[in-house]
Design a protein around this ligand. Structure first.
Ligand SMILES: C[S@@+](CC[C@H](N)C(=O)[O-])C[C@H]1O[C@@H](n2cnc3c(N)ncnc32)[C@H](O)[C@@H]1O
Ligand SMILES: [Zn+2]
Length: 302
């Protein structure tokens, strides 16, 4: 979802119109969270979450809660530039087929009124689309990048956002999630399994081998690893069985700027200097047809 400019960035304790993510956090989602210090349940306060042992986590003015308090954030967090680029690109609709597929799949697995946890949620773009299609559900965006979380906290009125490291045990109660979403993000099988309801589903999106295929040569990107799927299955195997896989593919016509953005969104771009990327993208013309191809895998808890 495009950034909503109507939400104020400067809410103070006197401001009644809390950012959207705060409303969700303080209403639907807070009771599903656990204190990361002592493991007790968290409860909502006026502008904070706290446990019975009085560990208190303030809601940032941008609407997310940093539950990592005191711990160094992981080095993998997206930078402000990466997040801004991704937000603009996704808002242009080039990956709409993926958002639609995730929405349809969430309906199919009957998330109903449950919780959708988006792990490595980035700007919350997919979580927002999925919640649009699941009117009774609420969402929790987890990411380690504060730049991403600022957006994710405003992505949808029913979505809350927390700063957390995927590799740590999630500060989320067991068996509360109807759906766990993982779109191009790290995967922690044991924790995905623990937070999911027994009838829940894990939706994992990875790039197909031909994703952005036309750009790999000209832009000097790293090609998608074709054996990734196999490794993905193995990594999740202990906790999940695969229910189905779907290929979602199309062609997106991109401007050179958008080509630079999409190239900068993935890890592949870290090998090429930004000014080189720009020069190479411009050489491809004004309107550049690019294959987009995703693998959507649906897993069920064992
Ligand atoms: C490629 S982006 C995908 C974002 C989003 N799912 C999307 O498709 O637009 C990967 C995201 O995972 C987050 N991330 C990376 N390592 C993480 C970690 N250890 N814990 C939580 N989030 C992490 C990054 O900050 C980034 O937002
Ligand atoms: Zn506590």
């Amino acid at each position: 979802m495009p950034f909503s400019g109507s939400v104020r960035d400067t809410a103070s304790s006197k401001t009644p119109d809390l950012p959207r993510g705060v409303r969700a956090l303080l209403s639907d989602v807070a009771d599903l969270l656990l204190c990361p210090v002592c493991g007790r349940g968290l409860r909502r306060g006026q502008r904070s979450l706290r446990c019975d042992a009085r560990h208190t986590f303030d809601v940032a003015r941008q609407g997310y809660v940093n539950l990592l308090a005191g711990q160094a954030p992981a080095g993998t967090a997206d930078t402000a530039d990466m997040v801004r680029a991704r937000e603009e690109f996704l808002a242009a609709g080039h990956y709409r087929i993926l958002a639609d597929a995730l929405t349809a799949e969430t309906r199919r697995v009957r998330a109903g009124s449950g919780l959708v946890v988006d792990v490595g949620a980035g700007t919350g773009h997919y979580l927002a689309r999925v919640l649009d299609g699941a009117p009774g559900a609420s969402g929790l965006a987890i990411d380690v990048s504060k730049h991403a979380l600022r957006r994710a906290a405003r992505a949808h009125p029913r979505a809350a956002a927390i700063a957390w490291d995927v590799w740590q045990p999630f500060p989320v109660r067991s068996g509360v999630a109807a759906v766990v979403l993982d779109v191009f993000a790290p995967r922690h099988g044991a924790e995905f399994r623990r937070v999911l309801r027994p009838d829940g589903a894990l939706l994992v999106v990875t790039p197909e081998a031909d994703h952005l295929g036309e750009l790999v040569g000209p832009l000097g990107l790293v090609a998608v690893d074709e054996r990734k799927d196999e490794r993905l299955d193995t990594a999740l195997d202990d906790h999940f069985r695969i229910e189905r896989r779907e290929r979602i593919a199309g062609t997106a016509v991109m401007s050179p700027e958008q080509v630079v953005t999409v190239a900068s969104m993935g890890p592949s771009a870290r090998h090429v200097a930004p000014e080189d990327l720009r020069g190479r993208a411009t050489a491809l013309g004004d309107r550049i047809p690019v294959s987009v191809a995703f693998r959507l895998a649906v897993y069920r808890p064992r």
